[in-house]
Design a protein around this ligand. Structure first.
Ligand code: ZN
Length: 146
């Protein structure tokens, strides 16, 4: 059995099963195939939709995701490196260090480290300029502050 998508002269699309591929060519010129919507026997083979199976589609999507992840990881790695090279890791003392720098008790420098959500909120309220660092962008800190 073979399925064809057919189209009539009034642009109706419909599907017809044939026992073999030559059936259409035999039957259509004799007016044996009629459009189920308008009865027209002027029918042609429609454009076949590309027959991509669901698993193939899933596979392609997985490959796309993998590519995106690789790109993201590469970009993140670059940023991580940049932060590690240009900023001082202060670990859990981040809040007090950030505060000390903000109030001029310590020289201005770029730091990164860990802060609890409460500490982060307090710093924000005090006007200390901090920005959350997504995990993926956090360098593995050298624990020189601990
Ligand atoms: Zn029709």
């Amino acid at each position: 059995m073979i399925k064809y998508t057919l189209i009539c002269d009034a642009d109706h699309e419909f599907e017809v099963w044939f026992s073999k591929s030559s059936d259409f060519d035999d039957q259509a010129p004799k007016g044996l195939i009629a459009c189920p919507y308008c009865g027209s026997t002027q029918v042609e083979k429609g454009i076949m939709a590309p027959n991509v199976s669901t698993s193939r589609k899933k596979e392609a999507a997985a490959i796309q995701r993998q590519k995106a992840m690789t790109m993201m990881n590469k970009a993140a790695e670059k940023i991580r490196k940049e932060i590690a090279e240009n900023c001082d890791y202060v670990g859990k003392t981040f809040a007090s260090e950030a505060r000390a720098i903000h109030y001029g008790e310590k020289p201005e420098r770029a730091i990164y480290g860990e802060a609890t959500p409460k500490e982060a909120a307090d710093l924000h309220d005090e006007g200390v300029g901090i920005a959350p660092l997504p995990n993926i962008l956090s360098p593995k800190g050298k624990s020189k502050a601990n």
